[in-house]
Design a protein around this ligand. Structure first.
Ligand code: AMP
Ligand code: GLY
Length: 422
C-alpha cells in the first residue's frame, strides 16, 4: 500500500517514519515534505502545496495511493478532506466542518458547553470596548485568545488587567475580529491525542509539551520545544475520566451536529492540583512535537489504525499496543526563534546522534547543493526511548549535543519537571 502524508514538519516526518515500519506499507509520499522525508528509504517528496487540492488529488490517482493523512490544521480548515472525499479518496483528517474544533475557539467552546465538558469559563467579543469592560469586571489573571487560527501566537496569558487590555488592542490591531476571553486555569498541562472514526474514539498515550522558549517554562510561547510520553500526571484513572468526560461527549455532539469526524481529536488539558482535567483547547490533528514521542512508542501498525478510522471500523480493532518505557523529544531550534531567525545554516552530526540510538526527526530542514541546511524555526526533533523517563532523558541529551548548526538552541530541562513531581 502507498500512503500520502500532507505537510512538511517534524510531525509529518514522524508519521511517515512510523507508517514505513508497517509490513503493509510499501511507500510513503510526502507533500511537500522536508530534508528528513527526502532521505528516508521508500519515502518520496512531491512538490505540491498543501492547499493545492486539485494537484494532490491528481497525484493520488497517478501514484495509486490508498490513503491520505493530513498533518497540519490549515489544509483541514480549508476543506482538503471534503475535496478529496468528493474524488473518492480515503482521508485521515476531519472535514472543514469538523476542523472548526480548532479553527474557531468560540465554536469549540459552544460544543464544550453543549457536551458539558469541563473547561474554563469564557465570553466571546467582537468589540474592544465591551471586551475591556469584561476584563475590568473579571480581574486578572485572565487569558485573551484570538478566535481563529494563529499558529500559536494568538493567546495572551495576562497576569494583570493592563496586560489583558494591551492584548486586546494588539490582537484587534493584527486583524483578528473575534476574541475569546477566558478564566485563567492553574495546574499542569497534558496533551491527549485520540483517534476517531466518528463513532468510536480511542486515546493514544498521554504526553506533555513544553511550549515556552526558556528553561523552567519561561519566555515566549513557541510551537513546542520538547515533549515526553507517557506523561505520568495522566494516571489510568484520569485517562478513564478524560475518555468519559471529554472524548466521548465531544464525538456525541459532533454527531448531533451531523459531522462525520474521522481523524485526530487533540485535547489540550489543564490538570488542576486536585487532578481534575479541564480542556484548554482542541486541535483537529496530531500535535507537534507530541507525535515525535507518541508514535515511536506505538506497537500496533499505524496504517491499520488510520484505515480503521477512515472505514469507520475502529470499534472492531483490538486494543492499541504500546512499547514499554518512555520517550523524550528535544527540539533543536534556530537562534532567535520564535522571533526572527536566520535560515540556510549547515547541519552536522545527525549520523552520530543516530548511531547513539536516537531518532532524528526533521522539521525545518532542506537540501541545497547536496548539503542539509536549516529552513525553519524548529529545525530538528531528537527523540530517544528509554526504560523510563530518566533513562530516556539520559539517552537524548548526548545525542542532541552531537548535532550542531550555527545558532542552534535547545532547552536542557525537557521532561525534568515530571521527574521532580513524581
Ligand atoms: P491554546 O493555544 O489555547 O492551547 O493556548 C496556548 C497556551 O496558553 C496553553 O498551552 C497554555 O499554556 C496557555 N493557556 C491557554 N488557555 C489558558 C487558560 N485558560 N489558563 C491558563 N493558561 C492558558
Ligand atoms: N504542540 C502543540 C500543538 O501541536 O499545537
Amino acid at each position: 500500500m502507498k500512503i500520502l502524508v500532507v505537510g512538511n514538519g517534524g510531525r509529518e516526518h514522524t508519521i511517515a517514519w512510523t507508517l514505513l515500519k508497517s509490513p503493509n506499507v510499501e511507500a510513503v509520499y510526502c507533500t511537500p515534505g522536508n530534508g528528513g522525508t527526502a532521505t528516508m528509504a521508500n519515502c518520496f517528496n512531491l512538490d505540491l502545496a498543501v492547499d493545492d487540492f486539485d494537484a494532490i488529488a491528481k497525484a493520488v490517482k497517478e501514484q495509486d495511493i490508498s490513503l491520505v493523512v493530513v498533518g497540519p490544521e490549515i489544509p483541514l480548515s480549508l476543506g482538503i478532506t471534503d475535496y478529496l472525499q468528493q474524488h473518492n479518496i480515503a482521508v485521515f483528517g476531519p472535514d472543514k466542518a469538523g476542523a472548526q474544533l480548532e479553527s474557531s475557539k468560540s465554536w469549540a467552546k459552544n460544543l464544550m458547553i453543549e457536551a458539558q465538558i469541563p473547561t474554563a469559563k469564557s465570553a466571546t467579543f467582537t468589540d474592544a470596548t465591551l471586551a475591556k469592560a469584561y476584563i475590568q469586571e473579571q480581574g486578572a489573571p485572565i487569558v485573551v485568545k484570538a478566535d481563529s487560527l494563529a499558529a500559536g501566537k494568538g493567546v495572551i496569558v495576562a497576569m494583570t488587567t493592563e496586560e489583558a487590555v494591551a492584548g486586546i488592542d494588539s490582537l484587534f490591531a493584527q486583524g483578528f475580529t473575534t476574541l475569546v476571553i477566558e478564566e485563567f486555569l492553574e495546574g499542569e498541562e497534558a496533551s491527549i491525542l485520540a483517534i476517531t472514526d466518528g463513532q468510536t474514539i480511542r486515546p493514544l498515550i498521554p504526553s506533555q509539551d513544553h511550549k515556552r522558549i526558556g528553561e523552567r517554562d519561561t519566555g515566549k510561547n513557541t510551537g513546542g520545544m520538547g515533549t515526553y510520553a507517557p506523561a505520568p500526571i495522566v494516571t489510568p484513572e484520569l485517562m478513564e475520566q478524560i475518555q468519559t468526560e471529554v472524548l466521548e461527549p465531544t464525538i456525541a455532539v459532533l454527531q448531533k451536529r451531523g459531522i462525520d469526524y474521522r481523524g485526530v481529536v487533540y485535547a489540550g488539558l489543564m490538570i488542576s492540583p486536585t487532578l481534575k482535567p479541564k480542556v484548554l483547547e482542541f486541535n483537529c490533528r496530531f500535535g507537534d512535537p507530541e507525535t515525535q514521542v507518541v508514535l515511536p512508542l506505538l506497537d500496533t501498525p499505524l496504517d491499520e489504525l488510520l484505515i480503521a478510522c477512515t472505514q469507520q471500523k475502529l470499534a472492531q480493532q483490538p486494543p492499541i499496543k504500546w512499547k514499554s518505557g518512555s520517550a523524550v523529544c528535544v527540539v533543536a531550534a534556530s537562534g532567535g526563534y520564535p522571533d526572527a531567525y536566520e535560515k540556510g545554516k549547515v547541519i552536522s552530526g545527525i549520523e552520530s546522534a543516530t548511531a547513539q540510538g536516537a531518532i532524528v526527526f526533521h522539521a525545518g530542514t532542506t537540501f541545497k547543493d547536496g548539503q542539509l541546511i536549516t529552513s525553519g524555526g524548529r529545525v530538528l526533533g531528537i527523540t530517544a526511548l528509554g526504560e523510563n523517563l530518566k533513562d530516556a532523558i539520559s539517552q537524548v541529551y548526548p545525542a542532541v549535543e552531537s548535532i550542531s548548526f550555527e545558532g542552534m538552541y535547545y532547552r536542557r530541562d525537557i521532561a525534568h519537571r515530571a521527574l521532580s513531581n513524581f
